[in-house]
Design a protein around this ligand. Structure first.
Ligand code: AQP
Length: 336
């Protein structure tokens, strides 16, 4: 039986942090043996907010290298850069023309991000979920891993697929596969080091709010030493009134690979936040050191990385091209 196809991506909007790794990339690595994985660096999404053109290419390269350094295997998965496959932009245009404006105006993420940009908000930001629908539908993905914040966008993707199938396809010959969400396990949401109630984010102007995957051991130690805590001495899981404690204990669980029972037993020996921060620092550095070593090897051999991405572009482009051809035909374009 053919493997189910999964598609996902990260925007090259800055340095990848430990939240991107634990919340997404580490899960993709686990999925890749069982699924036909398509993992892209979604650079077209990165320009939906103001961006630095002198940094975009470098960030794109770094994110692709980190995919490999974290364990994505080009022999198992297709790894590529979104803008290298022009079908993404073309399908997004065609989907724009069949998507009611009211559907995208409802998107919470648009409203949240638009507020931050005031008068300068671009059409691309409103259109972000339609481009995301194009990314997914081009590959006829069966499943898409989604966090809480992307659930609404995947719902929109499904609605668009159903609408296009209904308008231009037939039940026997649907144009798009309607993808299912794969809800990420609880606890894989890493919060900011400076505010346990907001998500760790690449675009947070405060670097101290996140642990970047490429931070030096000294930087990691400093950030954990200075991160926000609370006045209680004991440490526990899952107390929503103690967001920083909840976040850091959750982070320790993920980076150490220990069970909650083991951690709670270990916690008996900690005399407060200081002892806990020392073990968290050690476990975080231990989790990131092999990724950083592999990243440095990859960056020292840029030919290998561009080779992987060129192969990915070819494989992704062939599948995307087939879907786009079907869409053009179904919408009635004169196809030569
Ligand atoms: N803090 C987080 N904890 C767990 N998972 C996270 N992800 C992002 N932040 C956390 C997951 O990483 C993937 C990449 O997301 P993205 O690049 O599309 O943008 P995002 O979700 O908006 O991530 P950032 O880091 O906050 O970027 P900016 O600041 O550019 O918006 C997604 O699967 C996401 O769930």
């Amino acid at each position: 039986m053919a493997k189910k196809r999964v598609l996902s991506g990260v925007q090259p909007t800055g340095s990848l942090h430990i939240g991107n790794y634990l919340g997404s990339i580490a899960n993709w690595v686990k999925l890749q043996a069982e699924y036909d994985g398509f993992f892209c660096v979604v650079d077209l999404h990165a320009v939906t907010v103001p961006h630095d053109p002198t940094a975009l290419a470098a960030h794109t390269q770094a994110v692709a290298a980190l995919y490999l350094a974290c364990g994505l295997d080009p022999a198992q998965s297709t790894i590529f850069v979104q803008s290298h496959v022009s079908a993404h932009s073309e399908l997004a245009w065609l989907l724009n023309c069949v998507t009611p404006l009211t559907w995208v105006e409802r998107m919470i993420q648009f409203k949240e991000k638009a507020i931050k940009q005031g008068e300068n908000v671009g059409i691309g930001l409103l259109d972000y979920p339609v481009l995301m629908a194009a990314d997914i539908l081009l590959y006829q993905a069966d499943v898409v891993p989604v966090g809480e914040d992307q659930k609404q966008h995947l719902e929109l993707t499904r609605d668009i697929a159903i609408r296009v199938n209904g308008l231009y396809g037939s039940e026997a010959n649907p144009i798009f596969r309607v993808p299912a969400p794969m809800i990420r396990p609880q606890g894989a949401r890493v919060m900011s080091l400076t505010d346990g109630r907001s998500k760790m984010s690449k675009s947070d102007p405060a670097d101290a709010s996140r642990i970047n995957l490429l931070d030096s051991p000294e930087a990691i130690a400093q950030k954990i030493k200075r991160c926000k805590t609370d006045m209680e001495r004991t440490l526990e899981f899952d107390n929503p009134d103690r967001p920083e404690c909840q976040n850091l204990m959750g982070l320790y669980e993920l980076v150490s690979g220990k069970t909650r029972g083991e951690i709670l037993a270990e916690a008996q020996t900690w005399r407060g936040w200081g002892d806990f921060k020392a073990v968290l620092t050690e476990a975080t550095i231990a989790a990131l050191t092999p990724i950083q070593a592999r990243y440095r090897e990859l960056m020292a051999d840029p030919g290998y990385l561009t080779g992987v991405l060129a192969d990915g572009r070819e494989k992704a482009g062939a599948i995307a091209g087939q879907t786009l051809h079907t869409v053009r035909q179904s919408l009635g374009f004169w196809v030569l």
